[in-house]
Design a protein around this ligand. Structure first.
Ligand code: 5RP
Length: 234
């Protein structure tokens, strides 16, 4: 048997997530290449009539456009008091289902949508599973541009290195909200994620961090032997 590619594993996780979607649901729609598979498969189910009256709340301009192309009706965050289920990707997933998110640049809206959701389901290929946060992916932090060097120094004090994310054309990357993204690398991972998150939340000028602690309820990892479901323990 041929080994599955990362895209096949992402699609496997996305297909498995559809089991949790029912007609009439309001769905938070995350951002990224794994979510694209989910949007595609969800669009198919809506087109065939297997799922009816499903409405999405997109977390980025990219997802707005991809979901519209897939034929998914969209509303904005706040148009409904609650979201039944959010399906999103992640850059790292710890055994306790703590996450690093934001390499796709959408972490602020993703966190806002997740916080308004009854359930948050993360889909990914199994390469995203880590034993310690910060060992595989940089930690993205969305910041306003004024005073950015203070945040770089703050991350240095945490024994990390922060750099402004750049686009391929050499210009700084800007989020959908017009902010900069600092990508923070830690040579040995993040020592105390909860403490770092608390300090980041207390810093003026930090818009949002890519640490998603106690946010995910369930993760589905695409693996070579089939989808692996990881539930939050507590
Ligand atoms: C976007 C995100 C994405 O969910 C994360 O980057 C994973 O993306 P992909 O599915 O392409 O690996 O947090 O802000």
């Amino acid at each position: 048997m041929e080994a599955s590619t990362a895209e096949q594993l992402k699609r496997q996780a996305a297909a498995s997530a559809l089991e949790y979607v029912q007609s009439g649901m309001i769905l938070g729609l995350g951002t990224g290449s794994t979510v694209v598979h989910f949007l595609d498969l969800l669009g198919d189910r809506i087109r065939t009539g297997e799922l009816k009256n499903v409405v999405g709340v997109p977390t980025s301009n990219r997802t707005t456009s991809e979901a519209s192309q897939a034929g998914i009706d969209l509303i904005e965050l706040g148009d409904s008091s609650r979201i039944d289920l959010t399906v999103d990707g992640a850059d790292e997933i710890s055994p306790d289902l703590d996450l690093i998110k934001g390499m796709g640049g959408a972490l602020l809206r993703e966190k806002m949508v997740a916080q308004s959701s009854d359930r948050v389901l993360i889909i990914a290929d199994d390469s995203k599973a880590v034993s310690r946060l910060g060992t595989l992916s940089p930690l993205p932090i969305e910041v306003i541009d004024w005073g950015i060097r203070g945040h770089v120094q703050f991350i240095l004090n945490w024994e990390g290195e922060a750099s402004v994310r750049m686009r391929n054309d050499g210009e700084p990357f800007k989020s959908d909200n017009g902010n900069l993204m600092l990508d923070c690398r830690f040579s040995d991972g993040i020592n105390e994620p909860a403490q770092l998150e608390a300090e980041l939340q207390a810093r003026a000028g930090v818009v949002e961090s890519g640490l998603f602690l106690n946010v995910a309820d369930l993760a589905i990892l695409g693996t070579h032997t089939g989808p692996k479901k990881v539930d939050r323990k507590s």
